[in-house]
Design a protein around this ligand. Structure first.
Ligand code: GDD
Length: 317
């Protein structure tokens, strides 16, 4: 099986590549020429890597023709909700064009290739308490440029299945974290500061954003296992939430991380981290993916947070 991962050198891409190599797949990956390969340093020799900008249609067409993959995991994206408010054009361009170009290429080539399009719970927007946990039936009403871009990708994936029979699987990932997730997301933002404080690089004072929100947080290793199962067992054209089904308050995530630290920490709020619009609660219903694939989350939030903090400790000691 020839499998292509777009965004292979990213946080999730690197974890997915590790899993697929273990499963015995021949793993191809595309990444930007300027991208760091640090996340895939240990497995690089086992991968077939090509530099490609997914927003360049001609370049992408040539690369897909050459690799001729049987399955595509489309992970490449600008994935920060916070940054998307300052960079809406880049976000929409990278996320929507990249997805559209891949779908166009498949429509004109081998329609039987299965493609997993990674969406986000951010596209559901603000939901009423009665709609929690959120099912796949809920309307997409995003309140961030990132959420809007992912909603468009989800709609395109549906449309290309209906119009042309392209074998799209739409996955709606809720928050996930772990080693290698970059700065700009809440858990690495907290864990990296704690690790720097322990290493004496920063004084024992943390800066945080809005900790009143609640998120459904999974371990990235559980998430990529779910992606692989959906690729095998998901029904083309369908949408699937992937999530723990549990609400974690960001305040509590902070409390657990601080409790794992060896130092006494002061916590202050950095108003600059606040967003123009914020979703207060995102919790998903994972019955559909469980029913379809047998997937269930296996790694506890405590383990995820500890492993992530240890990742940052290794960086700074
Ligand atoms: N990033 C960040 N940094 N967020 C903070 C901080 C901080 O220092 N302090 C508090 N927060 C709050 C944010 O305001 C938000 O309410 C919550 O913590 C989570 O923020 P993020 O980790 O940036 O995630 P997100 O929920 O906006 O988006 C993530 O989840 C989506 C799925 O729901 C991203 O991983 C997206 O790529 C993903 O699609």
């Amino acid at each position: 099986m020839k499998v292509l991962i777009t965004g292979i050198a990213g946080f999730v891409g690197s974890h997915l590549a590790e899993l697929l190599l273990k499963k015995g797949d021949e793993v191809f990956g595309i990444c930007l020429a300027c991208e760091s390969l640090e996340n895939i340093r240990e497995i690089k020799k086992k991968l077939h890597l090509t530099n490609c900008d997914i927003t360049d249609f001609n370049q992408l067409s040539k690369v897909i023709k050459k690799i001729n993959p049987d399955e595509i995991y489309h992970l490449a994206a600008l994935s920060s909700v916070g940054k998307s408010f300052a960079h809406p054009t880049d976000t929409i361009e990278a996320n929507v064009s990249g997805t559209l170009y891949l779908l166009e290429i498949l429509r004109n080539r081998r329609k039987e290739v299965r493609i997993l399009i990674v969406g986000s719970s951010d596209m559901y927007g603000v939901v009423k308490p009665k709609d929690i946990p959120i099912t796949e039936e809920k309307s997409l009403l995003p309140i961030s440029p990132y959420g809007s871009s992912k909603a468009m990708c989800d709609l395109l994936a549906y449309q290309y299945f209906k119009s042309y029979g392209v074998q799209t699987i739409r996955v709606r990932a809720f928050n996930h974290t772990g080693a290698r997730q970059g700065i700009g997301f809440v858990v690495p933002d907290f864990a990296s500061q704690l690790a720097k404080i322990e290493a004496g690089i920063l004084p024992p004072a943390m800066k945080v954003g809005n900790v009143s929100s609640k998120r459904d947080i999974s371990d990235v290793r559980d998430i990529v296992r779910g992606y692989q199962l959906l690729m095998k067992k998901g029904k083309a054209g369908e949408a699937y939430n992937i999530c723990s089904g549990k609400a974690y308050s960001i305040k509590n995530v902070l409390k657990v991380l601080v409790s794992l630290s060896k130092k006494k920490i002061r916590v202050g709020v950095d108003e600059k981290k606040n967003r123009p619009a914020e979703i207060p609660v995102l919790v998903g219903d994972n019955s559909k993916i469980k029913r379809t694939t047998g997937w269930k989350p296996e790694i506890s939030i405590e383990k995820t947070l500890e492993d992530t903090l240890n990742f940052w400790r290794r960086k700074y000691t």
